[in-house]
Design a protein. Structure first.
Length: 170
């Protein structure tokens, strides 16, 4: 067996293992190196990456990739560096994400972007005010959840929640 054939067989075994990981069985192909093998490998990895992204609801953007802007924004976490230290937890929910920011005044903000949140179809977020872990509908910030929020609108609302006075006697 030539060294080139051995390398091709090793690569094919790796490809089959990767395909099985993604739940695909690959039909056997002739054991020779060609441009078609390289194209097939790229297609296989692209298919598996697409399936992974769809299953976890996160869409990665690669330079030169032709994904649309809307797909890249589907079900993603907000990026608010100034509030990173207040993150309480992050979890997947309803095909998307929830992140909660907890403050010293016992208030918190729950920000979601998932299949049922207001604005999700446009890559926007929904925010709810929490007090001691429960939904709170009687603050100066809002008396309901806030939907259809753009990312730049989240920081000022978090600042308002953080500045709320702690409730007396509760």
């Amino acid at each position: 067996m030539t060294a080139q054939k051995k390398v091709v067989q090793q690569q094919r075994a790796k490809d089959e293992s990767f395909a099985n990981h993604c739940g695909r069985q690959e039909e056997s192909k002739p054991q020779h190196a060609s441009d078609d093998d390289d194209k097939r490998e790229v297609e296989l990895h692209t298919i598996c990456l697409d399936e992974l992204q769809e299953s976890i609801g996160i869409f990665f953007e690669f330079e030169g990739d032709d994904m649309t802007k809307q797909q890249n924004q589907k079900h993603r976490l907000p990026v608010i560096p100034e509030f990173e230290s207040f993150k309480d937890f992050t979890q997947q929910t309803h095909g998307g994400w929830q992140v909660t920011y907890k403050f010293e005044n016992e208030y918190a903000a729950s920000i979601v972007q998932h299949d049922y949140s207001y604005g999700c179809e446009d890559g926007e977020w929904e925010l709810a005010v929490l007090y001691k872990g429960s939904l709170c509908y009687d603050t100066p910030v809002t008396n309901d959840v806030l939907g259809h929020l753009k990312e730049h609108e989240l920081k000022p609302i978090l600042e308002q929640i953080k500045a709320l006075p702690k409730r007396e006697g509760e």
